[in-house]
Design a protein around this ligand. Structure first.
Ligand code: AMP
Ligand code: MG
Length: 395
């Protein structure tokens, strides 16, 4: 199955299971959340015309170029008097324009005469250095649509509009489970044949960044009975996300248990790293089974699970931005699967980590993103490739 097809299917499944319910949260708690309701301007932004400069405000209509006396000083945060004819007003950045004024000249283009009058040294135009009322938004205008993800910039905008709280989609509850008898938690001694569980931390931390609530189930032993018990004991979650145990190996107990109680499809993805991926339902709860090799877990989470989770919250724009960059490497052998190479941008070129094995998470820790190499292609240094920065994928 091509990556696009898998993504399309997952997004359709996500749309069929939207997260229902929302809550009102303070801006300080809204980071990473998704708007459940549009944000509408309840005031003009800015609410009144104001000065974009430190300088002098005047009314051009009744000015012939002569020096003008200063009739008032207007600081930001203070209400001005109306413009007195035949004068100018000292004004500072962000201060409201006095009624009747239509132009601000920056102080650098003026000269204050001995008399205290101000001479304007350059030609003036109506509206110059004035931020008009409502230039950013008009009362009643939708400023952010439902489905908008809230980061620092969106939260800043909500604050500009005076919103103290926002209605956001309830957090997605994701049960994270790692499968494998070989897994041991960091901090514990390693026995023979054992390795440390990296996917649990990787997935749980990533999910938290995405604004999800993690239900950390820990390690699931390769044992059918215990797998059944674990699944049965899961509380109310929106997604069961597992890693490992989805290859066609004999230790696929999660797959067995899921097939008994629901349905499960094994997708053989044309993606490297990360060929096997499962999708199914357990008692109506969607299940995504990611492959266990850490780099495979990472790539399939980034490219498939992340957009799925965002779409379930109603986010329209789920694709990560990508950029065209010249390859800083040769790729002589065409692959049968689409490859996502862990890469870094150096001197404007994408350089790839020397070991691209799916078991090597260090490749990704070294990298700044993923280079996409389409199936069946070869590359020479300098050829253009698509690069997806991790910064796009992590939030
Ligand atoms: P599996 O799909 O269970 O056969 O796992 C594929 C590979 O990924 C094996 O080498 C596993 O040891 C490894 N693996 C599976 N789960 C984890 C995990 N949580 N942390 C680190 N490596 C894992
Ligand atoms: Mg396993």
């Amino acid at each position: 199955m091509a990556v696009e097809e898998a993504l399309e299917r997952l997004l359709a499944l996500a749309e069929a299971a939207p997260i229902k319910g929302s809550e009102s949260v303070a801006l300080a708690d809204a980071q990473g959340r998704v708007l459940a309701r549009e944000v509408v301007a309840e005031l003009d932004l800015p609410p009144w015309p104001n000065s974009a400069m430190d300088g002098y405000a005047l009314r051009l209509a009744d000015w012939q170029g002569e020096p003008l006396p200063v009739s008032q000083r207007i600081f930001a945060g203070h209400a001005p008097a109306s413009m007195q004819p035949g004068t100018c007003a000292r004004i500072f950045t962000g201060a409201p324009l006095p009624e009747g004024a239509d132009c601000v000249e920056m102080q650098e283009n003026t000269e204050v005469l001995q008399t205290g009058q101000v001479r304007f040294l350059e030609p003036l135009k109506p509206g110059q250095n004035v931020r008009p009322q409502g230039q950013e938004a008009r009362v009643g205008e939708q400023v952010m649509a439902a489905g908008t993800r809230l980061g620092p910039i969106q939260l800043g905008l909500a604050a500009t509009l005076g919103h103290a709280r926002l209605e956001v989609v309830r957090k997605v509850r994701v049960a994270v489970l790692s499968t494998g008898d070989e897994l041991v938690e960091p901090g514990q001694p390693l026995g023979p044949g054992q390795i440390y569980n990296s996917n649990r931390r990787l997935l749980a931390s990533w999910l938290q960044r995405l604004g999800c609530e993690v239900v950390d189930v820990g390690i699931l032993a390769d044992d059918l009975q215990r797998t059944r018990q674990c699944l049965a004991g899961l509380g109310d979650v929106d997604l069961i996300l597992s890693s490992g145990g989805v290859s066609v190996g004999e230790a696929d107990y999660l797959g067995m248990a899921l097939r008994e109680a629901g349905e499960l499809a094994l997708w053989k993805l044309a993606i490297k790293p990360g060929k096997p991926l499962t999708f199914g339902h357990f008692r109506g709860v969607p299940v995504i089974g990611l492959p266990g090799n850490p780099a495979s877990t990472l790539v399939t989470f980034a490219l498939l699970t992340r957009p799925y989770l965002l779409r379930r919250q109603g986010v329209a724009q789920v694709a990560a931005l990508r950029f065209n960059v010249p390859a800083g490497f040769d790729w002589p052998k065409p692959g049968g699967r689409r490859e996502y190479l862990r890469a870094r941008i150096e001197d404007g070129q994408a350089r790839i980590y020397k070991n691209q094995s799916s078991g090597v998470l260090r490749s990704a820790a070294w990298a700044e993103g993923l280079v996409e190499v389409r199936e069946g292609t070869t590359l020479r240094q300098g050829d253009i490739v698509s690069f997806i920065p991790f910064s796009e994928l992590l939030d």
